[in-house]
Design a protein around this ligand. Structure first.
Ligand SMILES: NC(=O)c1ccc[n+]([C@@H]2O[C@H](COP(=O)([O-])OP(=O)(O)OC[C@H]3O[C@@H](n4cnc5c(N)ncnc54)[C@H](O)[C@@H]3O)[C@@H](O)[C@H]2O)c1
Length: 438
């Protein structure tokens, strides 16, 4: 199929390359010239495992091109909208400016028979509104909503082999059938591998995405709330999570207590979902998401307070080593990263923060040049009064006391992700502190 992907960020760049890898002829379009130049040269503009490989092979096949010109979409018949929907400044709602601009920019090039496919995460009601817009500009074109569930760090695999597909289609059965036929062809490989498919209406498709993220955020904040109780009772939240996780109705995944969630999705999505519920006169239905959000934000404050406490009551002029800046391992994404937030807060309290991360230093430095960034664990912990492990990269999970014993000034470590073995560190003479674990 001839496909355009409008918006080539974390979602769109992977989607474009993966669609080409699957045999489609793809043009990726973005307003960011630097991103397009990099992608056109076969270079990934951000860190995502496996993306450089499929970019190279798709570009070599001649099936993948990039442009900043919306007119480049004219030859395609399927148009994915993958632009950002960040939190609107001064509000909890989603900023829909980019989605509207992307669709408006596409309209002059749409033809009868084309299908516009929304992938961005949007407030419920958006698809119906945009379908009207598309229909009134080009009566023979249609719109479907096909939310994306990829996880950064696994985005290539999740795009080529998704765990499910959701199509939100028109309420007109003939239009719905035509849209489904197009999407079935786009996703022929995944469907041939028996990927579960849910075909539904626009509102349900939009709500599936935000409900999934609301559920995941709630699960994380649930275990973090229990960690707060564990902290004051001497209980062990990790053992507790193991024990409750054996119940198949609960499940063990996403029950790791720590410094909370961040990134470009969960925080803004739960806020936008709550804001949309208020607009719909059902604010009380999602009021619990405010609690989920505040439990999550409290985790960052908890680590800052704990660090100050361990430093003897003040951070001023103390050397703090921060291991990890990305919001999660295997990503360079620092959007709303709890790790970076903690580093910045401690810096604001006068601590001398030296931070490292395998991939996110460039992004972190651009946003917070006041921090001191170094490339290696050894440089980060040199002379440190305290070490904070804040993103659970494989490299950091494997650290042993002997690796850094001789470098630090003080043997105190805060394991913000509960990934180190407490006994090993204590036996080596360290003051080891974790989240909700004695
Ligand atoms: N990142 C993820 O893991 C993920 C997963 C599922 C869903 N989503 C959703 O996908 C959407 C995109 O997220 P992202 O993380 O890729 O964001 P991003 O900020 O990385 O990428 C958005 C891109 O859109 C481009 N853009 C903005 N306006 C444009 C326009 N008018 N025309 C063309 N390009 C334009 C920007 O330059 C940017 O490159 C969001 O709604 C997000 O919630 C993201």
């Amino acid at each position: 199929m001839k496909v355009s992907v409008i918006g080539c960020g974390y979602l769109g760049a992977v989607h474009a390359a993966a669609m080409a890898e699957l045999g489609h002829e793809v043009v990726g379009i973005d307003v960011d010239q630097r991103k397009i130049d990099a992608l056109a040269a076969g270079k990934a503009p951000f860190f995502e495992p496996g993306l450089p490989e499929i970019l190279t092979s798709a570009s070599a096949s001649g099936r993948l091109t990039f442009s900043t010109d919306p007119a480049a979409a004219a030859d395609a018949t399927v148009h994915f909208i993958a632009v950002g929907t960040p939190q609107k400044p001064g509000s909890y709602s989603a900023d829909m400016t980019y989605v509207d601009a992307a669709v408006d920019g596409l309209l002059p090039y749409l033809k009868d028979g084309d299908l516009v496919v929304g992938k961005s995460t949007v407030p419920v009601g958006t698809a119906a509104r945009l379908a009207e817009k598309v229909k009134s500009a080009v009566p023979g074109a249609d719109l479907a909503w096909n939310p994306e569930f990829l996880r950064e760090g696994f985005a290539v695999k999740d795009t080529i082999s998704p765990d499910r597909l959701v199509y939100g289609v028109s309420s007109d059965p003939a239009i719905a059938a035509a849209s489904q036929a197009v999407l079935d062809e786009v996703y022929a490989k995944a469907l041939s591998e028996d990927t579960p498919l849910v075909v539904t209406d626009y509102a349900t498709a939009e709500l599936v995405k935000v409900s999934a993220n609301a559920f995941l955020a709630t699960k994380i904040s649930f275990i973090n709330a229990i960690a707060e109780i564990a902290d004051v009772t001497g209980a062990n939240v990790t053992e507790l999570a193991d024990a409750i996780g054996f119940d198949a109705r609960i499940g063990r995944r996403f029950l790791n207590a720590g410094i909370g969630f961040g990134g470009g999705c969960l925080p803004k999505d739960i806020r936008a979902f709550g804001a949309r519920a208020e607009e719909l006169g059902r604010g009380e239905s999602l009021a619990f998401l405010k609690e989920v959000d505040s439990i999550n934000l409290r985790r960052r404050q908890h680590v800052v307070d704990l660090t100050v406490d361990l430093l003897g009551g003040q951070a001023y002029n103390k050397r703090v080593a921060v291991l990890g800046l990305a919001f999660k391992p295997d990503s360079d994404d620092i959007r709303d990263s709890p790790a970076l937030d903690i580093a910045v807060q401690l810096n604001g309290l006068g601590a001398l923060v030296t931070a490292t991360d395998p991939e996110a230093i460039g992004n972190a430095q651009a946003k917070h040049p006041q921090l001191h960034f170094v490339e290696s664990i050894a440089e980060a912990v040199q002379g440190a009064d305290i070490v904070l492990l804040l993103t659970e990269w494989k490299q950091y999970r494997g650290i042993l006391p002997a690796d850094i014993d001789g470098l630090v000034a003080g043997k105190t470590i805060v394991d913000g992700r509960n990934v180190l073995d407490s006994a090993t560190w204590r036996e080596a003479g360290w003051n080891y502190r974790a989240m909700g674990r004695p």
